[in-house]
Design a binder for this molecule. Structure first.
Ligand code: GCB
Length: 592
């Protein structure tokens, strides 16, 4: 799926700004035919939750309406006109001037709809009906719980099966863009370390159209390195400058589509020449072994919630580079397209995760109401939607050199019967869909041991989340490390061909809480914990990366295990360093 950019044949207009907004009561009738009344102002893009005060506003379960008018210039109507959302969480219905235009399920991937036949020159009304419910058919998963307290009306709570706040709304940019009526639908392009490259172009019409491509160096140099004709092709360039973490050089493929009337559509896609692979002895980038240093992250900032914020994205990547980090995982959902483009240009390696988190009916974020252990693969209704998000994520991100691997899920019940049957077709789908055949993994939790995990055999490399020293053996790092060391050896002897990456490890630390003995929740304990895992990794040649949980403190559902959110960040939510940052910076800037 092409990112909306302005080219000589395409116009992009932002619809970001202040929209009208209203939360709908559970049984409230809603008629998109009538303009919204009783609304408040709402910024787009942004999560709606932290904009106004009060628990009932923030924790609203169900539907909400966004609406705005837009004045359209008549000239735009001569073109193909597309309305595109970077993401609406979790489900959306779109209406144009009261007429239904599109529906989309999945809160972290873009979708678009042609609206030319629904609009007129002058004023038009755009309405989005969003729904934030997570249940056993959505990704991520959650549960709706009906509660009856004496003398009070029944209330509904939506319990996430995951440990981050269920932010929702129109969370990423909204644009209107034009293309000619005959247009370029998609481009696939990739390059290897020997300068060889291949491309494929999909167009709205192939009869009587002609596709030509030019390969150009990075922006600022228009030397044509290769010219080709037709919807697919390949070639090789000399003295190719490889994309890597120190020199993330991007080439450009400029595609031109012309028809008989000489209407042209032009689109330029950036890409890199690089090769990433997993071998028995580790992870390799462009023929050199690479150790992953970085984080599990969240898209999470004050006020914006999970809403897109370019300033925080640039800040976070800057902080990672300052620390000597080279990678992160988009835990636990696809991040914005803008973040992926930023990682391409900054040379940060990304493990790209689909929003499949909470696939474990024994787990609830609050831990209070209990789940249904051992029932996961009979209970969840996610298989079809899971396949859709894998397809859509790969379609969106396939050309990014920064993406080195895909994560098919985080911490599913991979030890339960039915896990292998659930995941095998999803791995097969990802393998056949990704033109680069990137390595695949499922990030697993402590309940899935080397002996019990049923998805490890499917993975190209193992990514394990461990909290020995926090959720168990808390306060006893020597004991925690002994247990973990033993488990690592068992994983390695069972799967000697699969390198292991620490996907998550970390301890909550309340910023400013210090202690000479390093008690739990102090900055000292967080540093001791992280240091112990890193030193263990140094002793195990098959451990090929360390991703700390988490880059920064983040919001979660309210519960007695969280003090205003998860405090495992090595930065606070406003990106101030805790003690562990200095240890990691020292370690990572000295570690190749
Ligand atoms: C995990 C989850 C992550 C949580 C983390 C924690 O294993 O993957 O989403 O936030 O543990 O802090 O408990």
């Amino acid at each position: 799926m092409l990112y909306p950019i302005m080219t000589e044949s395409r116009v992009v207009c932002s619809l970001d700004g202040v929209w009208n907004f209203k939360l709908l009561d559970r049984d409230e009738d809603y008629d998109a035919g009538q303009p919204l009344t009783d609304f408040v102002s709402m910024p787009v893009p942004c999560s709606y939750n932290d904009i106004y005060e009060g628990r009932s506003f923030r924790n609203h379960v169900g539907k909400m309406v966004y609406e705005r008018t837009v004045q359209l210039a008549g000239a735009l109507l001569a073109e193909r006109l597309v309305l595109r959302f970077g993401s609406v969480t979790h489900c959306a219905q779109v209406y144009i001037n009261g007429t239904f235009a599109a529906a989309h399920k999945g809160g972290f991937l873009p979708f678009e709809v042609e609206i030319g036949n629904l609009v007129q020159a002058g004023e038009n009304r755009i309405t989005v009906l969003a729904d934030n419910v997570v249940d056993d058919s959505t990704l991520p998963c959650g549960r709706l719980v009906h509660r009856q307290f004496p003398g009070l009306p029944e209330s509904i709570e939506n319990l996430p099966n995951f440990d981050f706040y269920n932010y929702s709304g129109i969370m990423r940019p909204v644009v209107l863009y034009t293309t000619p009526k005959t247009y370029i639908q998609d481009i696939t392009v990739m390059g290897g370390t020997d300068g060889a490259f291949s491309y494929e172009v999909r167009c709205s019409a192939t009869a009587e159209t002609e596709v030509s491509v030019e390969l150009l160096p990075g922006i600022g140099d228009d030397t044509v390195l290769f010219c080709g004709r037709g919807i697919s092709g390949s070639g090789k360039i000399e003295n190719c400058r490889l994309w890597n973490t120190d020199d993330p050089y991007l080439y450009r493929l400029r595609v031109t589509l012309a028809d008989r009337e000489n209407v042209r559509d032009v689109y330029t896609e950036e890409f890199g020449f690089r090769e990433f692979c997993v071998r028995r002895d580790g992870l390799w980038l462009n023929g050199a072994q690479i150790y992953l240093k970085g984080f599990g992250k969240h898209e999470d900032t004050a006020v914006h919630g999970r809403g897109f914020c370019e300033a925080y994205n640039v800040k976070d990547i800057g902080l990672m580079k300052w620390m000597g980090a080279n990678s992160f995982r988009t835990s636990h959902y696809p991040y914005s397209e803008e973040m992926m483009r930023l990682c391409d240009r900054e040379g940060i390696l990304v493990i790209d995760e689909v929003p499949a988190v909470g696939l474990h009916t024994g787990f609830t974020a609050t831990g209070l109401l209990g789940g249904v252990p051992q029932g996961t693969w009979k209970t969840l209704q996610t298989a079809e939607h899971h396949a859709d998000v894998i397809r859509d994520l790969i379609a969106r991100d396939k050309n990014h050199p920064c993406v080195i691997a895909f994560s098919i899920a985080n911490e599913p019940a991979s030890e339960e019967e039915g896990a292998a049957e659930y995941f095998a077709p999803l791995f097969a789908l990802a393998r056949e869909t990704d033109p680069q055949r990137r390595p695949l993994t499922v990030v697993t939790y402590g309940g899935a041991t080397p002996e019990s995990c049923k998805v490890a055999p499917l993975c190209d490399f193992l990514m394990i989340n461990r909290y020995n020293g926090w959720y168990d053996t808390e306060g006893n790092m020597p004991g925690a490390v002994a247990l973990l060391g033993d488990e690592l050896e068992r994983f390695h002897s069972r799967y000697p061909d699969k390198p292991i990456v620490f996907g998550e490890f970390g301890a909550d630390a309340v910023a400013g809480l210090h202690d000479v003995t390093g008690d739990l929740f102090s900055e000292e304990y967080q540093e001791e914990f992280i240091r112990a895992y890193c030193e263990l990794s140094d002793q195990k040649s098959y451990v090929c990366g360390e991703h700390i949980w988490n880059f920064a403190d983040f919001a979660t559902a309210e519960n007695i295990k969280r003090v205003q959110g998860n405090k495992k960040g090595v930065f606070t939510r406003d990106r101030k360093p805790k003690k562990a940052v200095w240890y990691l910076r020292d370690r990572w800037t000295g570690l190749k």
